[in-house]
Design a protein around this ligand. Structure first.
Ligand code: SME
Length: 161
């Protein structure tokens, strides 16, 4: 599925009022498959107490299920309210390792108006995997996911399973 097709599919699901969890799962699965350099592709949702919680993801399981705002690349993106593209994680100061094979990481925020609701986090085993076009593609998916969040209230916003 191309990014155009994925965005169209997500828009269709939003119009059909599909569950947010299904939309997020499909988005991560298809985004992951859209680019061979994506080795881990997932969502972190921002909880009201400034904790990021891992949502749907494709790739190896990670220890980082909860990340505080300000910690790691993921938490720094929220604290600084900006997307972060790290070409070489071995040179990053504030980095939480998910896999020893990861070389580059991209975090794109999902925002509804001024409110950050989560982020797309992608790890690659290649150095500098995320060029300008790739970043734009991921931003398009983040924008459509923001509309999915805006369209419905998540069922579970607590940290207790
Ligand atoms: N590398 C991230 C942690 C999440 S894992 O990559 C899935 C970080 O530094 O915040």
């Amino acid at each position: 599925m191309t990014i155009d097709e994925l965005v169209g599919e997500l828009e269709r699901l939003i119009a059909e009022k599909a569950e947010l969890s299904s939309i997020l799962e499909i988005a991560m699965r298809e985004l992951h498959e859209s680019n061979p350099r994506f080795d881990w592709t997932g969502i972190y949702e921002l909880l009201p107490d400034d904790i990021l919680r891992l949502g749907p993801f494709v790739g190896a399981p990670t220890d980082h299920v909860f990340i505080g705002v300000g910690n790691g690349v993921c938490g720094t993106a929220v604290a600084e309210k900006r997307n972060i593209n790290v070409p070489d994680v071995r040179k990053a100061e504030n980095y939480l390792a998910c896999s020893a094979d990861t070389r580059s990481e991209l975090v794109v925020l999902i925002s509804v108006g001024d409110r950050i609701v989560g982020q797309i986090d992608i790890d690659s085993h290649s150095v500098a995997a995320f060029d300008e076009q790739t970043v734009k593609d991921v931003e398009r998916v983040a924008d459509v996911l923001a509309r999915a969040y805006d369209a419905q209230v998540p069922v579970d916003t607590s940290r207790d399973e």
